[in-house]
Design a protein around this ligand. Structure first.
Ligand code: SF4
Length: 127
């Protein structure tokens, strides 16, 4: 599968892990500012280039005050006990339970996604 990406300009900035967290989010790493003033995320091959207030394709990294912020840090989109047989583990403690959890956000767009209700859109719904 080919993941389309936007054009990429040379690295012109640096990530700023010491930046304070606005919006209650967590400062994101792996981004830089481009020559045209956008913030480009370097975390995945999509290389989203964002203007103020825009979210990346994954919907969990957002530009705020000229920084990239992860506003799902510490938020779970699902938390439950599952039978271990649902997991891709062969003959691992059959008949027992396993704790499952995940966070909002996905950088894919599979048409057959079984988690479409809790993937990118979950960030819009308060936990
Ligand atoms: S999809 Fe998300 S992680 Fe990937 S480049 Fe865009 S903002 Fe970054």
């Amino acid at each position: 599968m080919t993941i389309p990406s936007t054009s990429r300009s040379p690295a012109a900035g640096a990530d700023r892990p010491d930046a304070p967290a606005p919006l209650g989010g967590d400062p994101a790493h792996w981004w830089h500012t481009t020559e045209d003033g956008r913030v480009e995320c370097e975390l995945c091959p999509r290389h989203c280039r964002l203007r103020e207030g825009q979210r990346g394709f994954c919907f969990v990294r957002v530009r705020h005050d000229d920084r990239l912020v992860l506003d799902t840090y510490g938020r779970s989109s699902g938390f439950c006990l599952d039978p271990v047989e649902k997991k891709p583990l062969a003959h691992f403690h059959p008949g027992t339970s396993v704790l499952s959890f995940g966070t909002a956000g996905c950088n894919l767009a599979c048409k057959f996604c079984q988690n479409w209700e809790i993937s990118p859109s979950a960030i819009l719904t308060p936990c």
